[in-house]
Design a protein around this ligand. Structure first.
Ligand code: SAM
Length: 462
């Protein structure tokens, strides 16, 4: 049977493919169906046809899979935030574990690496401590918004429709953040609407309001609001900061990041403090962290504790080791390991994160950690450190191949590789495998209802 673009077809989903799409086969021809689940029987439309596979979109679920659960979110099926809300959580864990194992086998080209079952997240809703919402001058309309006399297709504040950079769903309630975040977001939405100050057009690149980033401290139950705008205008943002702190005593910080760049990144070239403190404080076990608006901090606080527990276990420290923590962020891993190592040195590219990390050490009375500010690729060749253990926790893109070479040259006895992307993890450990044995991998689910999975890998020098 020839499959054609635009064709409507009935399919039975037999598995979930790498990346989270449902997989169906028609006479051995593979079709990936977005948002479909194993055992779903669907009517779908072919939206892309390639030589070896096709992509399809569900038109109708004819018979739902028994693995389906009712998704609480109104935007499920449209929003790119979390695609797996309708998949039973135990199954999510099973599929995520399989994704890591498959990546290591198919991309890493390694059989027989023990991949343990993913550790589930303690909380499966309201677990995110940071949410980034985009402003748009033309929102994506939900089906019910087409009803009624007048259609309001203007301003929206929310999350992107997957695969698009300019379609934003006006999110009234997001289940990934703690509940108060939704009220705060709604107050900001109301203010922006009334402000008569234009929203930044994602196509026109004109306008003022760009992003709203909310951060929540789990331990202190406090909030940080970061308003990202294209220019600085205190007469517009100051009254909003006042309104927010008066209405929500739990907001302890309001900052304004200003960016003139067109790129859709919620980071400013400079920052102005509007109310409270220029950071938010949170705790991981007994360690307290001050986190600035632009510093990286794991987005699932309880999940981070689980993750770092594995990192420490895999580092197998006795107290005498020198540890090099690459991509150290606000110094969370160095602090976590500090009581079991002689010294921990972090390297990080974002200046505010390095300053946060240094302050975090002082505030926690930790004296055996220090930090180097710089791009790892440029910094690593010049550092004269011989670490016994190296922790590597890169962004989603993984390590640059020059960095992999430098790691091999430095040659620590043990590497603990923390990754939020199984594909780049598998690619990188494949490059290391001539020199290191991959001993075990522990996936940790930090992102329930999304197809993302974090993992920790232990490598020992051959
Ligand atoms: C996944 S985060 C890990 C942070 C930290 N280990 C943690 O658990 O909170 C990756 C970090 O790498 C930093 N980074 C990205 N590219 C870098 C580079 N080329 N050199 C140094 N640091 C970099 C980012 O700023 C970010 O803080």
């Amino acid at each position: 049977m020839g499959i054609k673009k635009g064709q409507e077809i009935e399919l039975t989903i037999t598995d979930i493919a790498f990346g989270g799409k449902g997989l169906a086969k028609v006479e051995d021809f593979v079709i990936f169906v977005d948002r479909a689940i194993t055992h779903d029987h669907v009517r779908a439309k072919i939206i892309k046809k390639k030589k070896k596979y096709a992509d399809a979109r569900i038109l109708e679920i004819l018979e739902p899979s028994p693995l389906r659960v009712k998704a609480p979110c109104l935007y499920n099926g449209f929003c790119g935030g979390c695609k797996w809300q309708s998949l039973n959580y135990n199954k999510q864990i099973e599929y995520k574990t399989k994704q890591v194992a498959d990546a290591i086998r198919h991309i890493g080209l390694m059989d027989n690496v023990p991949v343990h079952q993913a550790i589930p997240s303690e909380r499966i809703f309201g677990y995110r401590n940071k949410m980034e919402f985009s402003c748009s001058d033309r929102k994506w309309l939900m089906p019910d918004e087409f009803e009624g006399e007048s259609i309001d297709a203007g301003f929206g504040l929310g999350l992107h429709v997957p695969g698009t950079f300019f379609k934003v769903i006006d999110i009234k309630e997001c289940f990934l953040q703690p509940e108060l975040g939704n009220s705060i977001l709604d107050t900001i939405r109301g203010y922006i609407k009334e402000s008569n100050v234009p929203v930044f057009g994602l196509r026109s690149h004109q306008g003022f309001w760009r992003f709203v980033v909310l951060r929540h401290s789990v331990f202190y139950d406090k909030w940080m609001v970061n308003l990202v705008t294209s220019t600085q205008d205190m007469s517009v943002v100051e009254p909003l900061a006042r309104l927010l702190t008066e209405r929500y005593p739990k907001i302890s910080s309001v900052v304004n990041n200003i960016t003139s760049r067109n790129a859709g990144v919620a980071v400013g070239e400079h920052e102005v403090l509007l109310a409270g403190e220029p950071y938010i404080k949170d705790k991981l076990r007994s360690y307290e962290f001050k986190i600035s608006a632009n510093s990286f901090f794991q987005t699932n606080t309880r999940g981070a504790e689980q993750l770092y527990t594995i990192v420490k276990e895999y580092a197998r420290l006795t107290g005498s080791e020198t540890v090099l923590d690459m991509y150290s962020g606000t110094g969370t891993i160095p602090l976590w390991l500090s009581d079991s190592a002689k010294e921990v040195i972090g390297i990080e590219i974002i200046e505010s994160a390095v300053r946060d990390a240094e302050k975090n050490c002082i505030n926690n009375n930790v004296e055996n950690c220090r930090f180097i500010l710089g791009d790892i690729r440029k910094t690593l060749p010049d550092i004269s450190i011989n670490p016994d253990v190296m922790i590597i926790d890169p962004p989603r893109v993984g390590m640059h191949k020059d960095v992999v070479e430098q790691v091999i040259n430095i040659g620590p006895e043990r590497i603990v590789y923390v990754s939020c992307n199984p594909s780049t993890l598998a690619r990188d450990i494949n490059l290391l495998r001539e020199y290191y044995t991959v001993m075990e991998v522990q996936p940790v689910d930090m992102f329930p209802h999304t197809t993302h999975i974090e993992s920790v890998t232990r490598l020992e020098k051959k």
